[in-house]
Design a protein around this ligand. Structure first.
Ligand code: MN
Length: 284
């Protein structure tokens, strides 16, 4: 199952590459009180809503996604968890860069743990990344992003993939420098998810996916999720050792080598095998 959010918070089921508007499904969501329960309201109820998708899409025109303003498939994640230096070759390039530019050696993911990106940084592919710190270098990072579907705390690696609802392409945008990651990677628009959600049953092995990113047509990053240091299972175990994972929580699994700068006017093209591709504009 593939779905997207688009335009004015519409919900679309994707069949054969075309988007069928199933926004009416959202009428089945229970009313939200205050305080809202943990998790994203839609993903908390996805198991109950998903069986209604196909019938709602039947008879609806198929829209070309190229003509739609695609939003983040997850609207209200409770947290966006991200993995630092989770590909060996990116660890090498980060070490070299930090020694040259910042004079301190980079550690490994086992030293750092994971980090959190502010949920207010989240956008979809139709919205521009705002790169308006002209004195600082802003880098792209393409990453496999997963969405939690079933809550859990201290999840064992063996059961970890049972907690995944599905996958998306993620961009973990970054200002380079010495500040804490949660500061440098949480600017408004610095977390991009898209182009649509792909349910876990469509991706039986998330550790065999080619991912790539280009800027203005110039190839920058190309790798395979087989090269992850901590794979999706290990990341879920690592994250849930610290905090309960709720439906709608997002884990960005880390970026491979080839990170590089972007500037206003640039276009990022990102693709992950079996998921799709998306283009994102950089604005000033
Ligand atoms: Mn990253």
């Amino acid at each position: 199952m593939r779905f997207c959010r688009f335009d004015d918070n519409r919900l679309g089921l994707i069949r054969a590459g075309l988007v069928h508007d199933i926004t009416e499904i959202l009428d089945h969501l229970p009313a939200l009180g205050w305080p809202a329960p943990p998790g994203d309201h839609f993903f908390n109820h996805l198991d109950r809503l998903a069986p209604l998708f196909e019938a709602a899409a039947d008879g609806k025109p198929g829209l070309d996604p190229a003509g739609l303003a695609l939003l983040s498939p997850v609207a209200n994640p409770g947290k966006i968890i991200a993995a630092p230096v989770n590909y060996a070759k990116h660890l090498d390039e980060s070490r070299k860069d930090r020694q040259i530019n910042f004079g301190n050696e980079i550690k490994t993911i086992y030293d750092y743990g994971l980090f959190l990106k502010a949920t207010s940084s989240l956008i979809g592919p139709s919205q521009p990344v705002i790169a308006d710190w002209p004195d600082r270098r802003i880098d792209h990072e393409v990453e496999l992003a997963l969405v939690i579907g079933k809550p859990g705390f201290r999840i064992a690696e063996e059961q970890a993939l049972d907690h995944v609802a599905g996958y998306m392409i993620g961009l973990d945008m970054t200002i380079r420098g010495t500040e804490d990651r949660s500061y440098r990677k949480s600017l408004d628009s610095f977390s991009v998810l898209g182009p649509h959600f792909v349910s876990a049953d469509e991706i039986p092995d998330p550790h065999r996916l080619e991912l790539k990113l280009s800027v203005n047509g110039e190839p920058r990053q190309q790798a395979n999720t087989a090269q992850l240091i901590l794979d999706c299972r290990a990341l879920i175990a690592y994250a849930s050792k610290a905090y309960t994972l709720w439906p709608g929580d997002v884990i960005m699994t880390g970026t491979p080598e080839g990170v590089g700068p972007v500037e206003p006017g640039d276009f990022i093209h990102a693709a992950i095998e079996q998921i799709g591709e998306m283009q994102v504009q950089i604005a000033g």
